[in-house]
Write a protein that binds this ligand. Structure first.
Ligand code: GAL
Length: 656
């Protein structure tokens, strides 16, 4: 439970650096991320390297006991480099070049750019790989930010053809897999294949899915190029990348295989305002605290991506600059977000950024310090957290460093799969349907029941969980199907699961395809609804509305929920259940609470805006609501706070 900060010494006069380090220590900061956008400072002209600033700032930070996460500077290649390799620039779907003048102006598939990355990362890793201040490296910055995963340039086309050749070997195999007989789309060779943009109408969805997979693999290869160098020259340092919220354009599980820690950048207010998932009512209610499940969902998602280790690389400290509207956080919100992250296993929460920049694109983005170096509100809350962590360790009779070993595992698992996300979003069938949003709403309902959830990949072990939810596992591999067959906990399979083959076709036996073996159901027809049309649903397991997606099920399984015509919506018995529709929060929550009871969990309907997370015998309770709430867990002693929770209130309890 450590604090960190993102720091840009190169933005400030040198005579300030000492004071910065001293003030960081006073707040309780231990980690400092630097360097990730500094290529033009490091190498102002080709081959001329300027290390003085970085040498000096590293040594000041080190002298103050601060641990450094050093960023590779590859998210911002300098102008001279772009001019040297114009083909490294990405192209958007309309074929327009995405030019220099901001950041992330490269395509992952560019081999010329990869060579430049190899060069600069090697030089940096050799120079600082064994520096005593450097404990970790961040590769690049926010892969995919500003919509930069899919690119449609000539180098992307080359990469795609190579990728397809490797996957299919034979062009007829590709034709069959994609169903190219439809609309005369057959190809005679891999060299005839184009990128799936600029077509007259929708490109073949199998073509699009493979392109998405290929672009995702380019990110994996690009990241791996950097991690291999860093592993070689900087032994024993944690390698990390900072992911983003609601971002699914590449497979984070695959990228994480090459990293030690998964981290992400959390901006609860920016995302509340920006994302289509949230209703206007939610946007109003949680304007200054962020949605109660935004941070939690991503903490659990990313902790499950890699080796179970989680950092928050960038935590919103005040208003941001990039959302349609940028309100200030409520008093206490920064503290609330920080504790929420710790309760999900974050080893470190680092604020973005140390001092607000008075120039360039992000001059309206808050920091822990104001542009004039005076202390902003978030610095005070960060300091408070740092003291509270010491208090907590004290109460538990352990050293602060020992808090890292508190268990993080939940008892419920929710499966999240990037390939399923791409499949279902490529042909959503209802504009109102989004895979990510449905997963989020299922997670939200579980959390409103006070349950601690782990979000796992389709390859992760799930045998030990008491309850497993597959919100929408589009393609179910033979291996996954076999493991589900052996699973002994309570299983809920959601709508659209098993609805596609690996190459994006409807399975021969109709959805849920291979899952029909364990859940004898056939989806005969689908009603894909607009946002404005919701239908009544009721039964033994609740009452409410269904929306976006409604399957007509043929089955002999017992019916627990049905629509107003009496058709089955939720069916199943014993340990296995199939849900054929997306449900609204009320009925979803009641149904999930029934399942949780069957799984021997103790679901509890928490007050509005209140959430809870368990780590071992510690319970963390949060109030995101704008008004005070009361909650006292049974048989527990308060270590921080108590049962009265003001807005943004946090309490920590030990279960006896
Ligand atoms: C992140 C990014 C940072 C900064 C921040 C502003 O997406 O990694 O560099 O731009 O947003 O909120």
């Amino acid at each position: 439970m450590k604090l960190g900060v993102c720091y840009y010494p190169e933005h400030w006069a040198k005579d300030r650096w000492l004071k910065d380090a001293q003030e960081m220590r006073l707040i309780g900061i231990e980690y400092v991320r630097i360097g990730e956008f500094s290529w033009s400072t490091i190498e102002p002209t080709p081959g001329v390297l300027n290390w003085t600033w970085l040498d000096e700032s590293l040594s000041i930070l080190h002298d103050h006991g601060l641990k450094v996460i050093l960023g590779t500077p590859t998210a911002t290649p300098p102008k001279w480099l772009v001019d040297k390799h114009p083909s490294m620039l990405a192209k958007d779907e309309q074929g327009r070049v995405r030019g220099f003048g901001s950041r992330r102006h490269y395509t992952f598939a560019s081999l010329e750019y990869r060579e430049e990355c190899r060069r600069i990362v090697t030089i940096m890793a050799k120079r600082y790989g064994n520096h005593p201040a450097v404990v970790s490296w961040q590769t690049d910055n926010e892969y995919g930010c500003h919509d930069t995963i899919l690119s449609y340039s000539a180098v992307d086309l080359d990469a795609f053809r190579i990728w397809l050749k490797e996957k299919y070997q034979d062009i007829q195999a590709l034709n069959r897999a994609w169903g190219n007989i439809f609309w005369s789309m057959d190809y005679g060779s891999f060299d005839e294949i184009e990128l799936p943009n600029l077509t007259v109408t929708e490109a073949n969805p199998s073509h699009r899915l493979d392109f998405q997979r290929c672009c995702s693999d380019q990110v994996v290869a690009y990241n791996r190029l950097q991690t291999e160098i860093l592993r070689k020259y900087s032994v024993g340092r944690d390698l990390v990348h900072n992911y983003m919220g609601f971002f699914t354009a590449f497979d984070h599980h695959k990228v994480s295989e090459d990293l030690d820690v998964a981290s992400w950048d959390t901006y609860p207010l920016g995302f509340l305002d920006q994302e289509a998932i949230y209703s206007d009512v939610e946007k109003h209610e949680y304007l200054r605290t962020g949605h109660p499940d935004f941070g939690a969902f991503h903490h659990d998602l990313y902790r499950g991506c890699g080796k179970g280790r989680l950092w928050i690389m960038e935590q919103q400290p005040g208003p941001v600059n990039w959302a349609p509207h940028n309100p200030t956080p409520a008093d206490g919100a920064v503290r609330l977000w920080t504790w929420e992250a710790f309760s999900h296993g974050a080893e470190m929460v680092s604020y973005f950024r140390w001092r607000q920049a008075p120039f360039a694109q992000e001059q309206m983005h808050a920091g822990l310090l104001r542009p004039d170096a005076s202390t902003a509100e978030a610095a005070i809350e960060a300091g408070q957290v740092s003291n509270e962590v010491k208090h907590l360790a004290n109460e538990l009779g352990v050293d602060v460093d020992a808090l890292v070993s508190l268990p993080t595992a939940g008892k419920v698992a929710l499966m999240f799969d990037y390939d399923a996300c791409w499949s279902l979003d490529i042909q959503p069938q209802s504009k109102a349907y989004r895979y990510m949003f449905w997963c989020y709403r299922v997670y939200e309902a579980l959390r409103e029941l006070g349950l601690s959830v782990d979000i796992i990949s389709a390859k992760a072990e799930f045998e030990h969980y008491q309850m497993l939810v597959l919100p929408a596992q589009a393609y179910v591999s033979p291996r996954l199907e076999a493991r589900l067959e052996n699973y002994r906990g309570v299983l809920l399979v959601g709508p659209r699961s098993g609805s596609k083959t690996e190459s994006y076709q409807i399975p021969e036996n109709l959805p849920p395809g291979p899952l029909a073996k364990i859940l004898p159901v056939t989806v005969e027809r689908v009603d894909a609804l607009p946002e404005h049309t919701q239908m009544d649903v009721n039964g033994r397991w609740g009452i409410g509305l269904l929306k976006h997606w409604h399957e007509q099920l043929k089955t002999d399984l017992p019916v627990l929920l049905s629509d107003s015509s009496g058709a089955a919506v939720l069916v199943g018995k014993d340990q296995r259940y199939y849900l054929g529709s997306c449900l609204d929060n009320d009925v979803l929550k009641v149904s999930l609470s029934r399942l949780a009871e069957k799984a021997n969990l103790s679901p509890y309907f928490l007050p509005k805006g209140v959430r809870m997370r368990q780590r071992g015998n510690l319970l963390f309770v949060f109030n995101y609501s704008p008004v005070s709430q009361t909650y006292r867990p049974d048989d527990s002693t308060a270590l921080i706070g108590g049962e009265e929770l003001i807005s943004c209130g946090v309490s920590v309890w030990r279960k006896e």
